[in-house]
Each structure stands twice: as structure tokens, then as C-alpha cells.
Ligand binder design. Structure first.
Ligand SMILES: *Cc1c(COP(=O)(O)O)cnc(C)c1O
Length: 414
């Protein structure tokens, strides 16, 4: 199931009042569900030297990051703003991992400032960009033709990572610089719910790790298996069997007694614990039936960008309501501004509230301002039932902010 029963029970009885109080649209996140999922994740890997570095890009809101930090997560950052966010909520250097690609010297300097963090390098040539010799680094492996799935694509076409054959030279170059502690990283599957598919890619990573250890003459400090744990977006999707995954990894880890297990999950941790609440504002009949809502793809890109499915519920519709087949659309001048295409939904009227589910990861954060569409507010349903606004909606002033103070910036041919 997309939205958990618990979240539904915590949210829906008060949703009309919450929507009236804050106005629509908004993403709302469930503190209780997020904490439960993190605890389930840590429990599954209990006994292993396991660390989760939450992929900040999934839900870069400091109020959420604070909850995750309280639950013991570190943070996987890929840009300077993400580093700043992690530091602002007080994450110490050992809880920050910097993974990027096509990285500049300035970004490495920012990552290594403040005592530094775990650095994950996407190419050996980037060693020359480091402002100083870090304590520990990992390299990201691109396994070539062996694995992959639709969001990340075929590894040999992906811009990420270092080909397997080139890894040994990369570690040698790092050793030559005086770096002594190493890890190995891979992130080749995304939104994968098949534990066996994850295990196949972790097994391959472990094979390569053994070869690297042999070459280095000592153990790797950590192996980072990346994120990519999938969630059921469709009602009939089977959830990932975390127990199977953890059991398989435990078996592989018996060969790595000295090595920490890093994971950088985003979607799995927060994805199911957010919904986009939007109000129906128009109905239209043309060659199809359209339900127009007050959110646009500026609030949620995934359907338009990947054709991703997000389950939609109509608040208060009885289970036996008669349905109609509709496209649920926003207001952007782009025909892919649709939250659902040819979906059977209970018949709606303007004023009805829709819950577009599983927006807790790669939802608000992927939003953009094309067509002058402003991004919506984010709310947090606290464990005690209160609802806090944790990000306001964008305003016209935000939209125009980058046009201010540009007058002095002029070049002309002398
Ligand atoms: C996006 C990303 C993740 C998180 O992916 P999820 O699918 O949200 O688990 C982890 N690691 C890296 C390097 C990423 O780019």
C-alpha cells in the first residue's frame, strides 16, 4: 500500500481543518512514520557496523533532518547548500558524507572545511582538486554492463562512477598522495523493491572490495552500498523485504569483519511519509475528463519527469463511490503537468481535497519555477498531533529576488 494506515488515521480526520488553516496546496510529512522507518532500518541491520547517511536531496528540510539526526542518521550531501543544511542542524563531520560528480575545487574545499567529512570521489582525476589530503576517501564504482534499472539507467551509459578496471589505479593514486583509509561506493539501482537485485549488486561490490583490499594490503574502512531501496507506489506493489536484504548482507559481511557498512537511503526513509494535499479547482470535459487541481508539477516532478505513478485518494470518498476515468492536472503550460493519467477516481467536485501520496522523497525538493509557478509550503504532522509549517510557500518576492541588485553587473567591450 502507498500511504500507511497509521499515517492515514493520524492525518485524515483533521485534514479539512488543516487545509482550511494553512491553505492548499501543501506537502505534509509524518514524524511518527519517519521515526518508525528509521528504527526498522537500524533494527534490520542490528549487530552489523551499520550507518545510514540519509540522502539529503530527497527531503532537504532542516526540521526533518533534525528528526533523522535524533534517530542516529548521518547525511549524504552532493552540493554546498546540502552541506550547509547538514551542518546547520549540528551534524558533526563524521556524520556527513560528500558524494558528488563533476565536482569543483570549491565544492571540495567546502566539504573539507570544518574538520572535513567522508569524501566519495567519482573520478581519480578529482584527487588533484582536493585542497588538502583528507583522512579517508572512497571511490564510486561504475560496474559497467552488469546491473542497473530504469531511473539510473544502464551503468555504462551513466555519468557516475569509475569503471571497475580503473579502480586499482585510482586507489594507488590516492595512496601516493598519502591517504590511508579507504572505502568503496556504488549506487546503481534506484527504487528497487527486489531484495535479490540489491543483493546481486552488493555481492558484486563485495567482490571488487576483496580485490581492492588485496591490492591495498589492508581492509577497507567502509563499503557504501548506496541507496535505491524501493517503496510501493502502487497499491498492488509488493514492499521490499528488508529482512531478506539484511540477511543477505549479513552473510556477505562475514568476509568484512573490519569494515563498516554504509547506506545512503533517501526514498525508503521518508518517501511513504509525505503526501501532497491539493484541492480540485476545475473540471473540464474535452476528449478526456480533466480534474484541475491547485498544485502543479512545480510541487511534484516525478509523474511528468519519469511517468512515475503516485497513488491519488479523494478525501472522504466512500469505498463504494462511483468512479470516472480522469487526468489530474496542474496549471503549467506543459502537457506533462499531470499527476495522474487516465486514472479511475471517485467523481470529484471543485473544493474536494486530493491526497497525492508518497511525496516524502524527491517531491518538493525536485520542484522548479518554470512558467512562474511557485513551490508550495511544507507541513509536518508531529507525533503529538500538532501540525507545524516547516517551509512557507514561495511568494512573488522570492520569484523576483534574483532580478534585484543586477544593475552594477555590466561588461562592455572596451
Ligand atoms: C539520490 C541518491 C541516493 C538516494 O537515492 P534513493 O533512491 O532516494 O534511496 C543515494 N546516493 C546517491 C549518491 C544519490 O545520488
Amino acid at each position: 500500500m502507498p500511504m500507511s494506515d497509521g499515517f492515514r488515521q493520524r492525518l485524515t480526520p483533521n485534514l479539512p481543518q488543516i487545509a482550511a488553516h494553512f491553505g492548499t496546496p501543501f506537502h505534509i510529512y509524518d514524524e511518527t512514520g519517519i521515526r518508525q522507518t528509521v528504527r526498522t532500518l537500524f533494527a534490520a541491520f542490528d549487530g552489523l557496523p551499520f550507518r545510514e547517511f540519509f540522502a539529503v536531496k530527497a527531503l532537504p528540510n532542516p526540521h526533518i533532518l533534525r528528526i533523522l539526526a535524533e534517530e542516529g542518521c548521518g547525511f549524504d550531501c552532493s552540493s554546498v547548500p546540502e552541506l550547509v543544511l547538514a551542518r546547520q542542524i549540528g551534524a558533526p563531520p563524521q556524520n556527513i558524507l560528500f558524494t558528488s560528480n563533476n565536482t569543483t575545487s570549491e565544492e571540495f574545499a567546502a566539504a573539507l572545511a570544518d574538520g572535513g567529512s567522508w569524501l566519495n570521489l567519482d573520478d581519480a582525476a578529482l584527487l588533484a582538486r582536493l585542497p588538502r589530503v583528507p583522512d579517508a576517501i572512497s571511490f564510486r564504482m561504475n560496474p559497467g554492463s552488469e546491473t542497473g534499472n530504469t531511473i539510473i539507467g544502464r551503468p555504462e551509459e551513466a555519468k557516475f562512477g569509475i569503471p571497475r578496471e580503473a579502480l586499482a589505479d585510482a586507489y594507488r593514486a590516492a595512496q601516493a598522495l598519502g591517504i590511508q583509509r579507504f572505502g568503496l561506493h556504488q549506487m546503481v539501482v534506484s527504487n528497487e523493491r527486489d531484495a535479490e537485485a540489491h543483493l546481486a549488486s552488493v555481492a558484486l561490490l563485495c567482490d571488487v572490495a576483496r580485490q581492492i583490499q588485496e591490492m591495498l594490503g589492508h581492509s577497507l574502512d567502509f563499503i557504501n552500498i548506496g541507496g535505491g531501496l524501493g517503496i510501493p507506489y502502487r497499491p498492488d506493489d509488493a514492499p521490499l523485504n528488508l529482512g531478506t536484504l539484511a540477511t543477505g548482507i549479513r552473510a556477505l559481511w562475514s568476509d568484512f569483519p573490519q569494515t563498516q557498512l554504509f547506506m545512503e537511503s533517501g526514498r525508503y526513509v521518508t518517501g511513504p511519509h509525505g503526501v501532497l494535499v491539493t484541492r480540485v479547482i476545475n473540471r473540464k470535459t474535452s476528449y478526456r475528463q480533466y480534474v484541475g487541481v491547485d498544485a502543479s508539477m512545480s510541487a511534484l516532478m516525478r509523474p511528468g519527469m519519469y511517468g512515475a505513478y503516485h497513488h491519488v485518494d479523494v478525501l472522504g470518498a466512500p469505498p463504494d463511490s462511483s468512479t470516472e476515468v480522469v487526468d489530474v492536472v496542474g496549471s503549467l503550460c506543459e502537457n506533462n503537468d499531470k499527476f495522474a493519467v487516465q486514472r479511475a477516481l471517485p467523481i470529484t467536485q471543485p473544493g474536494d481535497l486530493l491526497l497525492i501520496q508518497d511525496t516524502g522523497a524527491h517531491g518538493h525538493s525536485m520542484g522548479f519555477n518554470y512558467n512562474g509557478r511557485l513551490r508550495p509550503q511544507e507541513l509536518l504532522l508531529r507525533a503529538d498531533g500538532r501540525v507545524e509549517r516547516i517551509r512557507r510557500a514561495e511568494t512573488l518576492d522570492d520569484y523576483f529576488a534574483t532580478l534585484h541588485d543586477v544593475d552594477a553587473a555590466l561588461w562592455q567591450n572596451p
